[in-house]
Design a protein around this ligand. Structure first.
Ligand code: ZN
Length: 359
């Protein structure tokens, strides 16, 4: 059912009334993406094409996967006994995704530089001038990477950012990564909480900028987290009203991913979403050096408003038993952070996004 809703590409088994079901290699294709039509042409011969109506015959050597991803649709066309079939993006992928190649592009130096940059605003307290400068600076960086960036403000002087790269195939399905930009207001602080999370987002966005994403990849930079999850609650409510929460297949929140001495990352969610945390733990085992600890019972950060609304959300956060001793203090400075660790968290979250995108 999900496929029916999401399907932008329908490869329909076309059974003309006159032809009957014998000619089972003839398909109707509906696609608005010339790129994918080109891909499909490698495996088909065109029988008829008019406007968006395109009827093809599969070549003998068409990949088996093409058929594996077909499924019947109900409904019909006026003149045909029509059994539509849907094809997922997998068959259109000309090249396999080089997960490790992409993950290895993540740069520790870039993450570190961004943490230093964000920690050099006098404060990032939500609503302050410096918070706005930092937020605008992040928006500019994301725009220069090719993302479309929207501001969502809960107050004229306190805005969150939504940066998006629309999916080329299943563009209604969304994978979201978020982290808060505001700090508790200590001067020149908030390096771990949460310049680290925003810096990892910027680095993930850089690596993903030329990646051909199937689904829509969205980064949400929240504001007012420290004042009571204001920006994330506002955005979750807005998506709920627009009935867009159901399109989100996974949300990853990063809050404090820079201080660590144990190699442990916590994967925090609510019990009903434990399987998502387990899945992330598997990703971590395969693509990172991190040890994972699953904590069930989300509290105190931007994942909460999404979990409360039934969205699968996992927070990646440093080992809370050995958390930053400068938590919410003026000494939360960039020189105390472990950038190898932050880069490992970036590897985990980038791998998760890429794998979700190709599910
Ligand atoms: Zn925080």
């Amino acid at each position: 059912m999900k496929f029916l809703i999401l399907g932008l590409f329908m490869l329909g088994l076309f059974l003309g009334l006159s032809a009957g079901p014998k000619d089972d290699h003839v398909y109707q294709v509906i696609s608005s993406h010339p790129h994918d039509v080109e891909e499909l042409k490698n495996h088909t011969e065109t029988i008829h094409q008019k406007g968006r109506l395109w009827i093809v015959r599969l070549k003998e050597n068409a990949p088996k996967e093409l058929l594996e991803h077909l499924r019947p649709l109900r409904g019909g066309e006026d003149h045909y006994s029509f059994v539509g079939r849907l094809i997922t993006n997998k068959v259109f992928k000309s090249k396999p995704v080089d997960y490790r190649g992409l993950i290895n592009q993540l740069s520790l130096e870039n993450i570190k530089n961004e943490v230093y940059w964000l920690s050099n605003f006098e404060t990032r307290y939500a609503g302050s001038d410096e918070n706005q400068l930092a937020t605008n600076g992040v928006a500019k960086k994301l725009e220069s990477l090719g993302y479309t960036v929207k501001k969502i403000c809960y107050h004229p002087e306190a805005c969150s950012l939504v940066a998006e790269k629309t999916g080329t195939i299943l563009n209604r399905e969304v994978i979201m990564v978020m982290g808060h930009i505001d700090s508790v207001g200590e001067y020149f602080a908030g390096a771990d909480d949460n310049a680290s999370g925003v810096s990892v987002i910027l680095e993930m966005a850089r690596v993903l900028k030329d990646y051909n994403n199937n689904k829509t990849i969205r980064f949400f930079i929240s504001n007012g987290e420290e004042l009571g999850l204001i920006g994330s609650t506002q955005y979750a409510t807005q998506l709920e009203r627009a009935k867009q929460l159901k399109n989100i297949s996974l949300v990853i929140n990063m809050d404090m991913v820079g201080y660590n001495t144990t190699g442990v990352v916590e994967l925090e969610t609510d019990p009903e979403f434990e399987e998502h945390a387990q899945w992330m733990a598997g990703v971590a085992a395969k693509y990172t050096k991190l040890k994972t600890k699953i904590s069930l019972g989300a509290y105190g950060s931007d994942h909460v408003p999404f979990l409360q609304r039934g969205v699968p959300t996992v927070q990646t956060i440093e080992d809370w038993e050995n958390k930053n001793p400068c938590y919410h203090m003026e000494c939360d400075r960039p020189d105390a952070l472990n950038y190898e660790y932050a880069t490992e968290v970036a590897r985990l979250n980038l791998a998760a996004v890429l794998l979700k995108d190709n599910e």
